[in-house]
Design a protein around this ligand. Structure first.
Ligand code: MG
Length: 170
């Protein structure tokens, strides 16, 4: 179990994560955070861009599941139902519980699983503890509140480490 906060790769947006890239990494199951990763927190319905991205994953036999800490179950339930994807709610990230449940449901091992998210202390720590590929995106809509701006600043050294590793081809 790794307690590292550092992601394996950082992308500006989720749309940059292609089926080709995931296949190269041997990924058969993509677990993903919802808020600030795939949509702004206030968004109640998935947009066409997200629907298209999910459809492309499915066409390429890559399973997809939302793993969310969100406590307002109704919005996440409706969002995922609309999108036609399964989800693990109250995941308790950085606990690995939601990720482990997702892998069990999909019948995919950690070696073939990736976790996508926007936060180091929940999404990336959970991914590294669970031993899955840790993929990070810049938060949708950027940092708005003072707390989000502080969190962004705290995340920066870990993101810089990831970027320098990627440049060295690791
Ligand atoms: Mg998030």
């Amino acid at each position: 179990m790794s307690l590292s906060l550092t992601p394996d790769r950082i992308f500006d947006r989720y749309t940059q994560i292609t089926p080709e890239y995931l296949k190269q990494q041997g990924i058969k199951l993509l677990l993903s955070d919802l808020d600030f990763t795939l949509a702004a927190k206030s968004t109640r319905r998935p947009d066409d861009e997200l629907r298209k991205w999910i459809a492309e994953l499915k066409e390429n036999d890559i399973q997809f599941m939302i793993v969310s800490n969100n406590r307002s179950g109704k919005r996440v339930t409706e969002f995922c139902a609309d999108l036609g994807v399964p989800y693990e709610g109250h995941a308790g990230k950085p606990s690995t519980r939601g990720l482990e449940n997702g892998m069990k449901r999909a019948n995919v091992t950690r070696d073939h699983t990736a976790m996508l998210g926007d936060k180091l202390l929940t999404d990336m720590l959970a991914a590294n503890r669970a031993g899955v590929l840790a993929l990070m995106v810049e938060p949708v809509g950027g940092a708005v509140t003072a707390w989000q701006k502080v969190l962004h600043a705290l995340q920066e050294p870990f993101k810089a480490l990831c970027r320098s590793r990627c440049r060295r081809g690791k």
